[in-house]
Design a binder for this molecule. Structure first.
Ligand code: NAI
Length: 330
């Protein structure tokens, strides 16, 4: 099987090449460019393409891939809201993903963001480098005995709930399904979670029903001085409303690994560019907001698991032994 790999970063190439010897019969060509209607024709002659979480897999791209004879999309990520599933289905394309490569990687990053905004580590790092050892403006609050609200208690939400529980926090949870490991958490209605939590962490997927789940109304229901963390998907938060909430001093801190405008930024070095009309720049102007660049998944263990599962998915497709849980479109 010949796979064309789009949007390759050096760490992708390293980890996939490490795993390749365990998958004889699979060959990969690595492209730096990401997939788009213009670059999709390069897939002609390949059996599958491998793409990532922010790749453009809309109707136009899929149509070109279909014309190139591609029937298999290998997503080296968990999320798939960037794919036009109806179009893929109409072309009979199989989409395989890596649903749970390392929930702990993302959960630990959510906690890192919460601790950073709570204890102002982003500020103190810079202050101390400038020989400013004053503590003014750096006061946080104990997480111990406070309440963490976890929205979405699947694999990552559950791992995050366990970590916050380990800090001695009371854990409130909101999900359509209860997670069997979270006996310590109280499942409540969304409104109760919003109004009772000192820290809210988002872990549900982006769907029609969760799009802009955090908006003017839901922000109003939150406690004053709440910490909000999003490591799930940018579209869960209506950014304009978040900015209004930040200006109204609603939040103690906001930690975002994902945000609505991220697609152009993610994994790119734009340090020499002037960002025009940018909500990213507006968010970054607030002292109590910390943004990271969709790096929640980015640990060695997670990358190894992603490469291993992606190549197993390719092998499974070839041999007719697909793991059904990895199918995006069963
Ligand atoms: P999962 O499928 O194990 O869990 C998602 C949970 O959300 C499920 O329990 C589901 O019942 C719940 N849910 C669905 N709709 C809901 C709603 N309307 N209200 C409340 N709960 C709802 O997924 P997993 O692996 O925990 O991943 C969660 C999300 O994390 C992914 O969808 C993805 O967007 C994001 N993610 C972020 C990464 C990063 O690097 N920042 C890396 C991997 C995933």
């Amino acid at each position: 099987m010949k796979i064309l790999f789009y949007d390759t970063k050096p760490y992708d190439k390293d980890t996939f090449e490490c795993q390749l010897p365990h998958f004889p019969g699979i060959a990969i060509d690595f492209l730096k460019t990401d997939i788009s209607p213009r670059t999709a024709p390069l897939a002609k002659g390949y059996d599958a393409v491998c793409a990532f979480v922010n790749s453009n897999l809309g109707k136009e791209t899929l149509t070109v891939l279909e014309q190139c004879g591609i029937r298999l999309l290998l997503m080296r990520c968990a999320g798939f809201n960037n794919i036009d599933l109806e179009t893929a289905k109409s072309y009979g394309m199989t989409i395989l993903r890596v649903p749970g490569y390392s929930p702990e990687a993302v959960a630990e990053h959510a906690v890192a963001l919460a601790l950073t905004v709570n204890r102002h580590l982003h500020k103190s790092y810079i202050k101390v480098r400038e020989n400013n050892f004053s503590l003014v403006g750096l006061m946080g609050f104990n997480l111990h005995r406070k309440t963490a609200g976890i929205i979405g208690t699947g694999k990552i939400g559950a791992a995050t709930a366990k970590l916050f529980h380990g800090f001695g926090m009371k854990v409130l949870a909101y999900d359509l399904h209860r997670h069997p490991d979270l006996g310590f958490a109280d499942y409540v209605e969304l409104n109760e979670l919003l109004s009772s939590s000192d820290l809210i962490s988002l872990h549900c997927p982006l769907t029609d029903s969760t799009y802009h789940l955090i908006n003017k109304d839901t922000i109003e229901k939150m406690k004053d001085g709440v910490i909000l963390i999003n490591t799930s998907r940018g579209g869960l938060i209506k950014t304009e409303d978040l900015i209004l909430g930040i200006r109204a001093r609603k939040f103690f801190g906001v930690g975002l690994d994902v945000y609505e405008e991220e697609t152009k930024n993610v994994f790119e070095d734009r340090s020499d560019e002037i960002l025009e009309h940018s909500v990213t720049a507006r968010l970054l102007s607030f002292p109590n907001v910390v943004i990271t660049s969709h790096q929640g998944f980015f640990t060695q263990e997670a990358l190894d698991a992603i490469a291993q599962t992606t190549l197993s998915n390719a092998k499974g497709y070839e041999t007719g032994n697909v793991v059904s849980g990895n199918l995006v479109n069963p």
